[in-house]
Design a protein around this ligand. Structure first.
Ligand code: PGA
Length: 263
């Protein structure tokens, strides 16, 4: 197993899961009880889980002091106020969240989240010294070069104006919308490799902050395709949805060897 090799000395591989709206808190406790010992020997990469809000205190109880970080699936852009039902960045920071996902395709679809709202959420997460996992991806399958051009334009406005230190804490999750969820299949390693390489080139051009940004892939990741996806030199990690609802499967994906070959 390599130490991440071509992923760049400044970027540790990152593999995580969002449980979306699955697992009641008692099921979350059982999941983490199973997961933690299965992955405790993994030291060459960062791991995370993003439970639903009600399970965050359980995650804190079970994961603080382990090699599995935790975080939330969404956040409100304001720090506090009359926003019934919403959850703020200081609340998540106070609970010990390291990561906060923003702009997932399901939130853009079901809650009408727009690029300016996603950008405001990224800033809230950064203000509270957490790490935003920003999801971007095309709705319909297209040539990877066209996809990359559109995503880089979106990233340019999303990250524009941020200090290098803040940029460095951003994680980008490339998640083609057509590859997400039951009935879909993952993008090919070739497609993913090309889109990531283009994003990587653009990020590297931003200087030191950009070079430290990790770009991970999500969309129907499973134990069979994980290795080929991770083998792409510009893929810094994986973001797993439904397959990781079984902790044994997530542990298997989390342990996927990271080869340092070129695509
Ligand atoms: P999936 O979800 O693995 O179930 O396709 C991925 C995601 O939405 O991040």
């Amino acid at each position: 197993m390599s130490d991440g090799g071509t992923k760049g000395a400044q970027r540790r591989p990152l593999i995580g899961t969002s449980w979306k709206m699955h697992l009641v808190p008692s099921a979350a406790a059982a999941y983490l009880e199973t997961l933690v010992p299965l992955v405790s020997d993994i030291v060459d990469r960062d791991l995370f889980v993003l439970p639903p809000f009600p399970a965050l205190p359980i995650a804190r109880e079970r994961l603080l002091g382990t090699n599995v970080a935790f975080g939330a699936q969404d956040v409100h852009p304001e720090d506090e106020g009359p926003y019934t039902g919403d959850v703020s960045a200081p609340m998540l920071a106070d609970l010990g969240c390291r990561f906060v996902e923003v702009g997932h395709a399901e939130r853009r679809r079901d809650h009408g989240e727009t690029p300016p709202l996603v950008a405001a959420k990224v800033r809230a997460v950064l203000r509270w010294r957490m790490e935003p996992i920003v999801c971007i991806g095309e709705a319909r399958r297209q040539h990877p070069d066209a996809v990359a051009d559109a995503l880089i334009a979106e990233l340019a406005s999303l990250l524009g104006g941020l200090a290098a230190d803040d940029v460095a804490r951003v994680v980008i999750a490339y998640e083609p919308v057509w590859a997400i969820g039951a009935g879909a299949e993952a993008a090919s390693a070739h497609e993913v490799g090309r889109v990531h390489a283009a994003i990587r080139g653009w990020l590297d051009g931003l200087g030191d902050g950009g070079r430290r940004v990790r770009v991970i892939y999500g969309g129907s990741v499973d134990p069979q395709n994980a290795s080929a996806l991770l083998a792409q030199s510009a893929v810094d990690g994986l973001f797993v949805g439904r397959r990781a609802l079984n902790p044994d499967v997530f542990a298997a994906i989390a342990a996927t060897p990271v080869e340092s070959n070129e695509s």
